[in-house]
Design a protein around this ligand. Structure first.
Ligand code: ATP
Length: 548
């Protein structure tokens, strides 16, 4: 497939309002691709370049992209920035600039979908001091050969912001439709392989194998997530429940084969180098090949320390030894997904627990079985006394469902309702906040699109405000008056008093009294609140069921 054709497909899909139509049109394209192109197309159309399990990163920021485009069209970075400010969209701005240049240039080399992917791989492989120059050179080459429409989608892909509405759910359905396989099989394989590109290939070549896919060590799978709920409802629904402390730390996934191990964060980044203590403790605790799921907790004098201490260690690349003295991290392992070549994902939690107890000599998080609400409530009270965040109430017969936020795991904790929202813009502050950003525009996600829900300006101390400015100043994509558009990469946890319907924001909803709580450094944009969940919360609130 030529990249131009890919761009045309994107343009076409972007213009389709209905989800079902979109799925149908995407499904019609998939069988036309060859085996090499299919996985790449599937990732690209979702706005991703590499498999989700891969720790490879393109590492292209807005400035590098502007410089590449400026070079190709023979102008300055500022001119590119101005074009983006005018259109409010990187893709359209690049398209417009390339269109002007096209009138004066004669020689263009056709770009294939695979060519673009190979160039992206070169960018990701560039390391060290000269890496920025190498990435710039590759980007110049790509834009130099791109027609205007190709430029639109190249630019968006490079910033990993395609956002044409083909989220995971839609492409999963398209794969099932294109190759006439059960969508549940596609989903199952996706959970284990964590790459819809490879799943699509398998669906075409050997659909029977979809149900047999296994988890592989050193290819992290998405973490299973929890919904907020109550102990009473969970006991009523399931009879018996498994109650665990909810640790206020940071999630990790530990992979070990023989004496080699790797640790992945919740965003599936490789954080092994930052966590030598966790690696050592777990290597010492088992002789088996395993994939474990757990929470890294900071302790001081035997007492749990807040989340902020843990996240500092996850981020740390230098001076790990001195940090380790200050913050001791210990693992609390609550699940096992893989044991000596076998995937345990589909086994019931109770069975996985047994395996965990026999495989791991230490660091297993305690679990209590309860058949009545009072017994479970007692554990909840104990958890809070011990300084934990609350409890997780799990269904003993449930499988491990990567990436799914369902009712098989329910989190119970006291406190106010918060939402994790993507920061998509900011406004320059006034008065004391002049020269820095004073408020931030927030969005929920909906099938790869970001829809605004309000702005937050309160709850941010001057110190945090300065940190936020440093965090965002290089993420500005466009400016318009006092407002800037930001690369959507950061997630804020935000408190609020009520969700209201509102014509002022893209989602159709707004938050009343939004209040900044913290930056969710451990969460990626894909994990931010969805429109669907927001609407559900709104519904519960309207029915007077409060926050839970
Ligand atoms: P929150 O903001 O409440 O931490 P979240 O959005 O980060 O929630 P959830 O999936 O809703 O993520 O809450 C579960 C998180 O709690 C897990 O991702 C994990 O990091 C943490 N956790 C702590 N203890 C446990 C446990 N025993 N079992 C599962 N998860 C646990």
């Amino acid at each position: 497939m030529q990249f131009l054709e890919f761009a045309r497909v994107c343009e076409h899909l972007e213009g389709i309002p209905g989800r079902l139509d979109m799925i149908e049109q995407a499904a019609a394209v998939l069988p036309r691709l060859d085996d090499e192109e299919l996985p790449i197309f599937v990732r690209f159309i979702m706005g991703r370049v590499f498999p989700d399990w891969s720790t490879k990163k393109l590492g292209v920021g807005p400035n590098l992209l502007y410089d590449a485009v400026a070079y190709v069209v023979g102008t300055k970075r500022e001119t590119v920035r101005e074009a983006i400010n005018t259109t409010g969209d990187v893709g359209l701005a690049v398209e417009g600039l390339l269109a002007k240049k096209e009138q004066t240039s004669f020689f263009i080399q056709e770009l294939g979908l695979l060519d673009v992917y190979r160039e992206f791989e070169r960018m990701a492989a560039a390391e060290g001091q000269r890496s920025q120059r190498e990435k710039l050179r590759v980007a110049q080459g790509l834009f130099g050969n791109a027609r205007p429409l190709e430029g639109r989608y190249l630019a968006r892909l490079m910033l990993e912001e395609l956002r044409i509405g083909m989220g995971e759910g839609n492409i999963r359905d398209a794969v099932a439709k294109a190759f006439e396989v059960d969508v549940r099989l596609v989903e199952h394989a996706h959970q284990a392989m964590n790459d819809l590109g490879e799943v699509a290939l398998l669906a075409r070549r050997d659909p029977g194998a979809l149900s047999r896919v296994t988890i592989e060590p050193f290819r992290p799978v998405k973490m299973m997530l929890a919904q907020a709920g109550t102990i009473a409802a969970q006991v009523e629904d399931h009879g018996e429940v498994a109650v665990e402390y909810k640790y206020d730390g940071s999630r990790f996934q530990f992979h070990k084969v023989g004496g080699v191990c790797r640790i992945y964060s919740r965003k599936l980044e490789d954080v092994t180098a930052s966590l030598p203590d966790i690696a050592r403790l777990l290597l010492e605790a088992t002789d088996r090949d395993v994939i474990l799921d757990g929470e890294a907790v900071a302790v001081r004098d035997g007492k749990p320390m807040p989340f902020q201490y843990v996240i500092r260690r996850f981020r740390r690349k230098h001076e790990i030894d001195s940090m380790m003295e200050k913050i001791e991290l210990v693992p609390r392992v609550f699940d096992i997904l893989y044991l000596d070549g076998e995937t345990l994902m589909d086994r019931p939690l109770a069975e996985r627990r047994k395996a965990l107890d026999t495989v791991l000599r230490a660091h297993v998080a305690p679990q209590f079985l309860a058949t009545d609400a009072a017994a479970a409530e007692a554990i909840y009270a104990e958890a809070l006394d011990l300084g934990h965040e609350g409890v997780m109430v799990k269904v003993p017969g449930s499988p491990y469902t990567p990436g799914v936020r369902g009712r098989l795991w329910v989190k119970v904790k006291p406190g106010v309702e918060t939402l994790d929202l993507v920061v998509v813009g900011a406004e320059w502050g006034e008065g004391r906040r002049a020269g820095t950003f004073g408020s931030f525009l927030l969005a929920v996600q909906d099938q790869g699109r970001l829809l605004t829900v309000g702005k937050v300006a309160t709850g941010i101390t001057d110190e945090v405000l300065a940190e936020l400015y440093a965090l965002f100043k290089d993420k500005v994509i466009a400016r318009s008056g006092k407002e800037v558009t930001l690369e959507p990469e950061v997630v804020f946890e935000v408190g609020y008093s009520e969700i209201q319907t509102s014509p002022n924001y893209g989602s159709g909803y707004a938050l009343r009294f939004p209040r900044f709580v913290r930056v969710r450094e451990d969460k990626s944009v894909d994990e931010a609140e969805t429109l669907e969940a927001l609407v559900e919360r709104y519904g519960r609130q309207k029915n007077g069921q409060g926050s839970l």
